[in-house]
Structure formats: C-alpha cells, structure tokens
Design a protein around this ligand. Structure first.
Ligand code: SF4
Length: 403
C-alpha cells in the first residue's frame, strides 16, 4: 500500500510557475468529488479474478488510526470505496482491525457492502488459525472476504498444509477467498502462484516503474489466465531516496494542465491496465481519500505522452527505487541482511514521510543482524543490482536513522 498526496513540495513546484493561481483548482480534486457526491456517483468496480465478486477499483488501506477516524470509513462507503484492507499487525491507535470492528459494531449493515481483507504474519497452520480467530473477533465479523498470508518472499512459504488450511477455513465459512501479499520477488511469486491452482487473490507492489517490464507483464498475464484477482499496492513508486528530478517537475506541471495531480496520474497509469482489479492506497485523511476518489471517478485517460513522461521519470530516478528483487542482492552478501526490508523502511520515511512506520519496519530486524549491517561489504550486491542502487550507503544511513 502507499500514500498519494499533494505534498507541500508538490504545491511549491506549482507555485514556482506564474500560472499557479490559475491552476489551484487542480489541487482541489475533492471539490470535484464533492460535486459528484450529490449525484451519488460511486467509484467503479471490477471483477476480482474468477471469484464472481466485484470490488471497488480503489481500496482503503488500513495503516492509520481508524478508531480515531471513523468518519473516513463512513465517507469511503458513501463513495463506493468498499474494499477495505487491514492486517493483524497494523498497530495504529488501538489497532487497525479494532478500528474497523468498532465501525461494524456501530453500523452493522455496512459489513455486507464491504469486501474485507486482513492478513496473517504467521505461516504455520496452527498460528494462522489463532490469528484468524483473533482477527474475526477484533473486526466484529464472522467472515473475512479475502485472507492473505502477509509479505510472502518466496512460494516456498506456502505448501500443501497451507492449501489444506485455506480449504478448511473456507468450508467453515470463516474466509471466502485466500491468497497472499508480496513486495519482494513479486514476479516470481506471481508466476508460481499461477501454477498452484488454489490462490484466489494477490496484492503486490505494482506501479508505473514496474508494470511495463517483460517479467511483470508475463507474471500478471499468468495470474489473470489462472483467474487470480490482483490488487496493486505502492502505486506511487516512491523510493528509498528522495528525488527532485527534472522530469518530476515536468510531470507535476503537465498533469496539472490535464486537470489532475501527478499522484492521481500514477493511480490512473495503473488503472489503465484492466487486469488490475483494484489499487490499495493508504488514505489516512479526508483530503487524500477525496483526491483518490476524484481520480477513480475521472474518466480522462492518460495520453501516450503522459505515459512516456512517467517512463522517463522511472528511468531518470531508477537508482532511487528498489524493485524488490531481493534474491539478486541478498544472495550476493556474506551475511544475512534483509536489504529489501531496510529499503522499505527508508521508503516509508523518505517517500511517505511516515517515520513511525519506518522505525517499526526496521525494528523487526534482529539486533544481531543490525550489527552485521555495519560490517558488511555490499559492493558485490551493488554490482548485481539492476537499479544501480548505492546499497551500502543506504544500509548505513538506515542504521544511523532508525537503529
Ligand atoms: S537488487 Fe537492488 S533493486 Fe533489487 S532488491 Fe536489491 S537493492 Fe532492491
């Protein structure tokens, strides 16, 4: 998941032009959304794989204090953003699952409208059963629409026991669909899942940087052919290094002229692919929610030059963005360093501006592994990295910032 936002920096980019005052309406997509609300316009839906279910093309990511922001859920439902995503480990406020549970308790009829996803950090069947029951209790519901194993890096993490577990929970009516989320080795995970025959849905990192590679195209095609519903996350393509490139300036100006922000354009780029059922986006406040809803309701397509600009930006800022191919770099270092996890912590901090989430992600790395980071030579990993990232420097920066 990710956050789309019109940041202060975006605003400054715009106000750097003399036309800024005239363009301000483009910064207020919520106005367009508010107008559309009167006509009860809803976010469109798409089929979710071969499940026979339709889901809203925009999904509400649950990494925020939901219990303290119940109005967000109400507004999301009102606009048809009825695909809600959470996880047992999202500890925002009293807990993300508990926040949704509080809402369902107060508005029980909403439960039927919502396609509800939660995730298990556990892998063994017993642990998953325990976490699923706890999630059901916290969410104040007796079923989950789609249950994910969280953060899969390799399909070796899922075996016949996992399949049996999923089948049994479906038979009990506790889950309707089963799958996994992945932000590491996504293409391999997707290709493997397409061959299994018992994966209903996958949420994976997918954005304008990744979606045009041959590997990703093949992986998505295979899943669609296998009837697997796909949800894109981290669609803003924010990286571990904060960038301020020429093409970013061009992007911001160009899209404002077209009537949307560059953040909205990045969502649109993903929606242009009908193989993607939904985008899961972190929308922790009303302004981001309404901006994303406005993008989902806007029927304007991106032009070929819009898409080219996005691709130019992807090329120009490649060394700031980790594509999650952790098998490439982690195998090249002598010690066991979770390079992808460290890159993600940096991304949360530098692209999302979420230092708390960054520190929480980094804190999951054992202290002994952190000590190894300082002593590890990352030069072989850097030579293999397709994005030419300064892995060693970034690992040490993360140590300084989060350890
Ligand atoms: S090889 Fe580079 S892009 Fe791939 S996971 Fe490692 S650091 Fe990220």
């Amino acid at each position: 998941m990710e956050r789309t936002k019109c940041s202060r920096r975006d605003f400054l980019k715009l106000t750097g032009t003399s036309a800024a005052a005239g363009l301000c309406s483009a910064l207020l997509p919520q106005d367009r959304a508010a107008a559309a609300a009167d006509g009860l316009q809803k976010v469109p839906t798409r089929p979710f794989g071969k499940s026979g279910l339709e889901v809203s093309i925009l999904s509400l990511g649950g990494m925020f204090d939901i219990a303290g922001n119940q109005l967000m859920l109400k507004q999301a439902a009102r606009w048809g953003v009825t695909y809600w995503d959470t996880a047992d480990c999202y500890r925002y406020g009293i807990g993300s699952e508990q926040g949704i549970g509080k809402f369902f308790k107060r508005y029980p009829s909403t439960r039927q409208q919502v396609f509800l996803v939660t995730k298990s950090d556990n892998r063994d069947p017993q642990g998953m059963s325990k976490l699923l029951d706890r999630s059901l209790d916290r969410l104040q519901t007796d079923y989950i629409d789609l249950y994910f194993v969280h953060g899969v890096r390799s399909l070796k993490e899922l075996d016949d026991e996992t399949r049996l577990w999923a089948e049994e929970r479906k038979a009990e009516g506790k889950i309707r669909l089963f799958g996994f989320s992945t932000h590491s080795n996504m293409e391999e995970c997707l290709l493997g899942a397409a061959k299994l025959g018992w994966i209903d849905g996958i949420m994976m990192t997918y954005n304008y940087r990744l979606m045009h590679t041959d590997r990703m195209r093949r992986a998505v095609d295979a899943c669609v052919a296998a009837g697997i519903g796909l949800t894109a996350m981290k669609t803003q393509g924010g990286g571990s290094v904060k960038t301020d490139s020429e093409t970013e300036m061009k992007l911001a100006g160009r899209f404002v002229q077209r009537g949307f922000t560059d953040a909205q354009a990045k969502l649109k780029a993903v929606w242009e692919n009908p193989q993607i059922a939904s985008i899961c986006s972190q929308m922790p406040n009303m302004s981001i929610l309404m901006s994303n809803i406005a993008a989902a309701l806007d029927l304007k397509s991106l032009s070929s030059s819009d898409l080219r600009l996005l691709q130019d930006n992807a090329v120009e800022t490649a060394s700031s963005y980790c594509t999650g191919c952790v098998d490439v770099c982690e195998a090249a270092v002598d010690s066991v360093v979770p390079i992808g996890d460290v890159m993600r912590a940096l991304m949360y901090c530098r692209s999302y501006g979420d230092r708390e989430q960054a520190k929480e992600t980094f804190a999951r790395i054992p202290a002994q592994v952190c000590r190894q980071i300082a002593q590890t030579d990352f030069s072989a990993a850097e030579r293999r990295c397709p994005q030419k990232m300064a892995i060693g420097r970034l690992m040490r920066e993360a140590l300084d910032e989060f350890a």
